[in-house]
Design a protein. Structure first.
Length: 298
């Protein structure tokens, strides 16, 4: 267990980078700039909150989500790694184990424009019981006039391994029925629920349970939230699919870690590399994926 005082002494900086204890007893990192603030949990290496100056929170967190060490958090921005979606075998956790692991701090930095923290995770006896590979992940989270998450995976073993992943945000919206997404027009997508393929016409509106997987989005999109008078621009690299998800009414009731009516106030728009793409990382090689989020008031 990390001692908060030691972390503040070693990695903190007054008014810019600080540490507190979470409800689950794990350290939370607070980054502050003149543009806003964000919080990151070492439990799961997960961004918990992001609030630009003058905004209500950008990220959604379910009031029903578990607040216990080793449990996935339903909300914020999680890292689905080393697989996205269903696990390679039924006894393994959905969306991988990175979001369940305890991360370590590599470094913190700040200047007059940004504050950042770099976290790392390496293989251990515990991870090798789940996935028999040697690896290192470095996750750099930078707060400036936007929030940027860059994740670099290195294969430290002697054999190649297959990798899928997603930087997976839950966005807070005022009313899902007054939200649209641009940047997906004329893009092919697969409806994961029906397995049917379609071409998106105009901007996407959410009117039912949605789990769509988009291709060829030019690595950028914008969420228009009329209720909050806010636009959220998302840019990404290293991942070529975009997942749009909202559980709607029936699914919300079925989810144990999600409020029955919370679908009204959230939307997931997540870049991803899917297992079906069979991305292979060779020994000694590394790959970086990145997502940037910028919120503006209209």
């Amino acid at each position: 267990m990390h001692a908060i005082n030691e972390l503040n002494q070693k990695f903190g900086s007054a008014g810019r980078i600080a540490f507190r204890v979470s409800q689950s007893g794990m350290p939370v990192i607070i980054l502050v700039t003149g543009h806003g603030s964000c919080e990151i949990s070492l439990d799961g290496g997960q961004v918990l909150s992001y609030r630009p100056m003058g905004h209500v929170p950008v990220l959604f967190n379910s009031r029903e989500s578990a607040q216990e060490e080793g449990c996935p958090i339903r909300g914020g921005i999680s890292l689905c790694w080393p697989w996205f979606g269903e696990p390679p075998s039924p006894e393994l956790p959905r969306h991988g184990f990175a979001r369940l692991a305890q991360w370590n701090i590599l470094s913190t930095e700040y200047d007059n424009k940004s504050s950042e923290v770099s976290l790392y995770l390496t293989d251990s006896d515990k991870t090798r019981d789940l996935w028999p590979h040697s690896f290192e992940i470095i996750q750099k989270i930078t707060l400036s006039d936007s929030l940027t998450i860059a994740v670099t995976t290195m294969n430290k073993g002697s054999e190649p391994f297959e990798l899928s992943q997603s930087i997976h945000p839950y966005f807070k919206v005022r009313d899902i029925e007054k939200v649209s997404i641009s940047g997906v027009e004329k893009c092919e997508f697969t409806d994961f629920l029906t397995k049917e393929r379609h071409i998106q016409g105009g901007p996407l509106s959410i009117e039912k349970e949605t789990y769509d997987i988009y291709s060829d989005t030019k690595n950028a999109c914008v969420i228009f939230d009329k209720g909050l008078g806010r636009n959220i621009a998302i840019k990404y690299s290293g991942m070529n699919k975009l997942i749009v998800w909202n559980p709607w009414i029936k699914k919300s009731i079925q989810l144990k870690d999600f409020g029955d009516t919370e679908y009204k106030n959230m939307l997931t728009v997540a870049p991803a590399t899917l297992p079906a793409e069979k991305m292979i990382l060779q020994p000694g090689k590394k790959v970086t994926v990145e997502t940037s989020i910028q919120a503006t008031l209209t």
